[in-house]
Ligand binder design. Structure first.
Ligand SMILES: NC(=O)c1ccc[n+]([C@@H]2O[C@H](COP(=O)([O-])OP(=O)(O)OC[C@H]3O[C@@H](n4cnc5c(N)ncnc54)[C@H](O)[C@@H]3O)[C@@H](O)[C@H]2O)c1
Length: 482
C-alpha cells in the first residue's frame, strides 16, 4: 500500500494528497460510529484500513456485508468501497499502524459501577499502534474521553511503545465524534464542524488540514487536546442537566395541571430558552455516561460537580415515576398491577434506533414485574430473542395485537410508528377503559382530551396529569397570599 505521511504538511498539500487517494487512514474500532466513519474517510478519497479485534466484524466488512442496516448510506458505500478495494479490514492492529499515515481511534469507552472511567480499549489499541507506527503518522483520538486522556495516558503509551516523541516525530490530536446513531454519515460529513485540539500546534494544524479536506462544515480548532476533550463532555453534561431540569418541570406541571410540552414549546420560541424534553429516563452510552467522566476528573482536582449529582438523582427517578403513573392509572380503573397485562411499547433507549444500553425500559419492567404485573413488550427494532435476553419478557410481534392485549399500554420510546399511531383506532381496539401511560408525550393532547372526556381512555403523561385533563381547583389565593 502506498504511504504518504501528512504530519507538518500545508493544508493545500494535505487536501491534494487526500483527494488523489495517496493517504492511508486506519480506523481502530469498526462499531456503530467506526464503520460509518471509515466509509466517510474513504468517500473523501483516502484508502482505509478498518481495524477491529472482532473477527466476525472484520470478515463482514471484507465481504461487503453491512451489520448496521439502520444507518443510512452505509450499505451503498460499503459495497462500493469493498468492490473498488478502497477499504479493507483486519484484526492485525500493529500491521495496520505500520501501513497507515493517519490513525483514527474510535473504540468504546465507558464508566464502571464505581463511576471510574473505563478506557482500557484505548490503552490497548494505543500500545499496538505505538509498536507498529512509523515517524510522521498523525494519530487522532475520536472516542469520547475524560479531559486529559490524550496528553496524559495516550501520549505516554504511544511514546513508550514507539520510542518516538509526540508532537515532533508524530502528530497527536483529540477530535470528538459529535455524531448520533442513525445519522452518523450525514452528521460527520455535512452537519457539524469538526472540533480539533492537538498536543501542539503542528499536530492541530495537520489534523485541521486533514478534516478540511473531508467535512463540509469545516473545522474549529481549540487551544489543545484537553480543550477538545472538554468540548464533547461539556455538550453531554449540558444535555444531561437540561433533561433533569425538564423532568423536574414536568413533575411540577403535573401538580399545576398544565401541559409541560405546551409550555416548553412556547418558552423555547424565545432565543434564550432551550429547555429540553422530559421523559421516561435517560438511556444510551453517551448522555448518562459523559457527565461522570467529568465528575471523576473534577473530583480528583478538588471540585464536586453538584449539577451532575442532582441531575443523576432526578433523571434516575424517572422510571419509577412512570411506574407511579401506571399504578395511578390502573387504580383509576380499579385494577391492581398484580395480574394486569402491561405492555411496554419501545425498549430501545431512543426512538428509531436499535440500541438498548441503559434503557429506562429495564428498571420500569423490573419494578412492574416485582409488583406482579404480567409484562409484555413491543419493539419493531428488536427480535423476540433480543427482547427476552435483554429485558426478560416476551415480545408481541404485531402492534395492534399488542394494544388489544394490554390492560395498560406504557410508551417508553418514541419510535415513529408510535408517533404516527391512530390513537382513536388504538383506543377502540384496547380493553375498556383503555389505559395509556405516555412516557414521551407522543400523543396529541386534543385527541387525548376528547377520548378521556368520552370516558374511553385513562391517560397519564410525563408532565401531563389527571388534573390537566379533568381540571382541578388549586387555591392560589391561599398559596400566594397566606
Ligand atoms: N454510538 C454513538 O452514537 C456515539 C456518538 C458519538 C461518540 N461515540 C463514541 O464513539 C466511541 C465508539 O462508540 P461505538 O458506539 O462505535 O461503539 P461500538 O461498541 O458500537 O463499537 C466499538 C468497536 O470497537 C471494537 N473494539 C473494542 N475494543 C477494541 C480494541 N482494543 N481494538 C480494536 N477494536 C476494538 C469493538 O469490537 C467494536 O466493533 C465511544 O467512545 C463513544 O462514546 C459514540
Amino acid at each position: 500500500m502506498m504511504k504518504m505521511k501528512i504530519f507538518g504538511k500545508s493544508k493545500e498539500e494535505i487536501k491534494e494528497l487526500v483527494k488523489s487517494g495517496k493517504v492511508t487512514v486506519a480506523v481502530y474500532g469498526l462499531g456503530k460510529v467506526g464503520l460509518p466513519l471509515a466509509l466517510a474517510y474513504a468517500s473523501a478519497g483516502n484508502k482505509v484500513i478498518g481495524v477491529d479485534i472482532n473477527e466476525r466484524i472484520v470478515e463482514m466488512v471484507n465481504s461487503g456485508r453491512n451489520y448496521l442496516p439502520h444507518e443510512p448510506g452505509v450499505d451503498e458505500l460499503l459495497r462500493e468501497f469493498v468492490n473498488n478495494k478502497r477499504i479493507t479490514a483486519t484484526t492485525r492492529l500493529e500491521k495496520a499502524a505500520k501501513e497507515s499515515d493517519v490513525i483514527s481511534i474510535i473504540v468504546p469507552t465507558g464508566i464502571d459501577e464505581h463511576g471510574k472511567p473505563e478506557l482500557n480499549a484505548i490503552y490497548s489499541v494505543s500500545e499496538a499502534i505505538g509498536r507498529g507506527m512509523d515517524k510522521g503518522t498523525l494519530i487522532i483520538l475520536e472516542s469520547t474521553v475524560p479531559p486529559g486522556t490524550t496528553e496524559g495516558p495516550v501520549r505516554a503509551i504511544l511514546e513508550r511503545e514507539s520510542g518516538l516523541k509526540a508532537g515532533v516525530d508524530f502528530g497527536l490530536v483529540f477530535s470528538p465524534e459529535r455524531v448520533k446513531s442513525g445519522t452518523v454519515l450525514k452528521d460527520f460529513l455535512e452537519n457539524y464542524p469538526k472540533i480539533v485540539g492537538g498536543i501542539n500546534e503542528k499536530s492541530t494544524l495537520t489534523a485541521a488540514g486533514f478534516y478540511e479536506a473531508i467535512v463540509k462544515k469545516g473545522v474549529i480548532t481549540v487551544m489543545n487536546a484537553r480543550a477538545a476533550e472538554a468540548v464533547k463532555v461539556f455538550e453531554g453534561v449540558y444535555r444531561y442537566v437540561n433533561i433533569a431540569l425538564a423532568n423536574e418541570l414536568a413533575l411540577l406541571s403535573e401538580l399545576l395541571g398544565v401541559d409541560v410540552l405546551e409550555i416548553i414549546k412556547a418558552a423555547n420560541s424565545q432565543p434564550y430558552s432551550h429547555i429540553h424534553f422530559p421523559g421516561a429516563g435517560v438511556g444510551g452510552h453517551c448522555i448518562p455516561v459523559y457527565p461522570f467522566f467529568l465528575k471523576f476528573v473534577s473530583e480528583a482536582l478538588g471540585l464536586d460537580l453538584r449539577f451532575v449529582n442532582l441531575s443523576k438523582i432526578i433523571n434516575e427517578a424517572m422510571p419509577s415515576h412512570i411506574v407511579d403513573l401506571v399504578i395511578e392509572s390502573l387504580n383509576e380503573a380499579k385494577k391492581p398491577i398484580n395480574g394486569s397485562k402491561i405492555v411496554i411499547f419501545g425498549l430501545t433507549f431512543r426512538g428509531d434506533i436499535k440500541a438498548v444500553e441503559r434503557s429506562p425500559a429495564k428498571p420500569i419492567i423490573n419494578r412492574l414485574k416485582y409488583l406482579k404485573g404480567e409484562i409484555y413488550a413491543h419493539d419493531p427494532f428488536l427480535t423476540s430473542e433480543e427482547v427476552k435476553n435483554e429485558f426478560g419478557v416476551s415480545k408481541i410481534e404485531d402492534l395492534w395485537d399488542a394494544l388489544q392485549r394490554a390492560d395498560c399500554a406504557v410508551f417508553v420510546t418514541d419510535h415513529s410508528i408510535y408517533r404516527n399511531l391512530d390513537l382513536e383506532k388504538a383506543v377502540s381496539l384496547m380493553k375498556k377503559p383503555a389505559i395509556i401511560v405516555d412516557g414521551r408525550n407522543i400523543f396529541d393532547l386534543n385527541k387525548v382530551r376528547k377520548l378521556v372526556n368520552e370516558k374511553h381512555l385513562i391517560y397519564r403523561g410525563v408532565g401531563r396529569s389527571k388534573s390537566l385533563l379533568e381540571g382541578s381547583e388549586i387555591n392560589f389565593e391561599n398559596i400566594l397570599r397566606a
